[in-house]
Design a binder for this molecule. Structure first.
Ligand SMILES: Cc1ncc(COP(=O)(O)O)c(C=O)c1O
Length: 409
């Protein structure tokens, strides 16, 4: 899909604006907004109608707007898939009931027993668990390499390696991968590349434009944007998406029309919201960076961030998530010091998500790694005094004031 207008206009109008405005296909009852098509199945006028549908499908030319059964597709879901595909500049895209459903269905579709993958270390805990625990049960091995170590990434490639998987920016340290370097390694060894771009959104970065094969989102976060839905998406190469679509139909991991409706509604303000998330993230990071109670801060807008240079080159903004470690002394454990600060926030709330209108805070050593000892947690790269701050779209001055009072001794 050729991008002919700016991303925020595509976010509002979907693919309609890529053609002639007078040729827009009218929606049911000429509604402006995509209706929620709440149906599990579709009817055919007669056997000839069904045969024509099946014949077109077999030829790889499905009839536009026709569906057979809800597990294979739905018009409300399709409208969002097309909008996301246009935003990411892909050939096609699919919607899933959660980000994890998008990741697991993609990996199960692309990998077979005996295959191997390479993935980067700083990433969402459940994605790491899929690689370390779930895939090996099906004979797929995974090698985890340190984020930003491209020599280690290439050295990990084996004859049976199929793909490289990474988040960018990552969770929780907001690390940014050099996509051109990853694509160069993948091309040399004939590997697929998959980037989880949840923390960026297509407003801040478009991985497909760097030659990445598939981009994944937890649409639960910025894309939905209002902390009121769960969804996931995969967008990219048409042939890969067709393969994943077949598996989605088999595994049953399709979204539902109500979530798709909410997601489309959320997408209409994506550009506006992301602007405010970016502003809040950068200003919070700058404030924390000079605060005497803060040990270290991670946000790609800061020159001290390890990926500052590549982030500036590759991204248009850096999002609202800022991770920081608070200074500790001998009076309490690192986790207790961070918890005492967490509990003083009045606007930001303790909750394990990000990317929505409300500012949320999370202490990973409790929320994600509660079962681990402090030493095991540190081995995962997460200290007890780490806080992940996910700025919402509130007024920046109010968030800064909330932060200031929470950090008061
Ligand atoms: C980077 C990233 N990817 C994927 C997921 C999983 O998404 P979901 O919760 O929609 O399954 C998350 C969830 O926090 C995430 O942060």
């Amino acid at each position: 899909m050729k991008q002919t207008v700016h991303l925020q206009t595509t976010a509002v109008h979907g693919t309609a604006v890529h053609g002639n405005i007078n040729q827009r296909v009218p929606k049911s009852s000429h509604a402006l907004v995509t209706p929620i098509m709440q149906t599990s199945t579709y009817i055919f006028a007669d056997s000839a109608d069904l045969r024509a549908y099946k014949a077109a499908q077999a030829e790889g030319k499905p009839i536009e707007g026709r569906y057979q059964y809800g597990r294979y597709g739905n018009p409300t879901i399709r409208a969002v898939e097309e909008r996301l595909t246009a935003l990411e500049g892909g050939e096609d895209g699919l919607l899933f009931p959660s980000g994890m459903a998008a990741i697991s269905t993609t990996l199960l579709s692309l990998l077979s027993s005996g295959d191997h993958i390479v993935h980067t270390d700083d990433s969402y805990g459940k994605t790491r668990e899929i690689c370390a625990v779930f895939l090996p049960r099906f004979g797929v091995e995974a090698t985890m390499v340190p984020m930003g170590d491209y020599e280690a990434m290439e050295a990990a490639v084996r004859p049976n390696t199929r793909l490289i998987l990474s988040e960018s920016p990552t969770n929780p340290y907001i690390r940014v991968i050099d996509m051109e370097r990853v694509v160069a390694i993948a091309k040399k060894h004939e590997l697929l590349t998959v980037i989880d771009s949840t923390f960026a959104t297509p407003i801040n970065q478009r991985p497909l434009s760097f030659g990445i094969d598939l981009v994944i989102h937890s649409a639960t976060k910025y894309l939905g944007g209002h902390n009121d839905l769960l969804a996931g998406a995969v967008i990219g190469d048409g042939e890969l998406i067709a393969l994943i679509k077949d598996h989605r139909g088999m595994l049953g991991s399709i979204s539902d029309p109500n979530s798709a409706y909410l997601l489309e509604r959320g997408l209409k303000t994506l550009g506006l919201r992301v602007q405010q998330h970016n502003k809040n993230g950068a200003e919070i990071a700058r404030y924390l960076d000079q605060h005497p109670r803060i040990e270290s801060v991670w946000h790609p807008s800061l020159p001290s961030h390890p990926d500052y240079t590549i982030a500036q080159a590759q991204m248009d903004g850096f999002g609202g998530v800022v991770s920081f470690e608070v200074k500790v002394d001998d009076s309490a454990t690192p986790e207790a010091v961070a918890s005492s600060i967490m509990d003083k926030f009045r606007i930001a709330q303790n909750s394990p998500s990000l990317g929505g209108t409300e500012t949320l805070l999370m202490q990973p050593s409790i929320a994600v790694y509660y079962a681990l000892t402090p030493a095991e947690c540190a081995a995962m790269g997460v200290k007890g005094n780490l806080i992940r701050y996910a700025a919402g779209v509130e007024e920046t001055a109010d968030l800064l004031a909330d932060l200031e009072q929470a950090l008061e001794k």
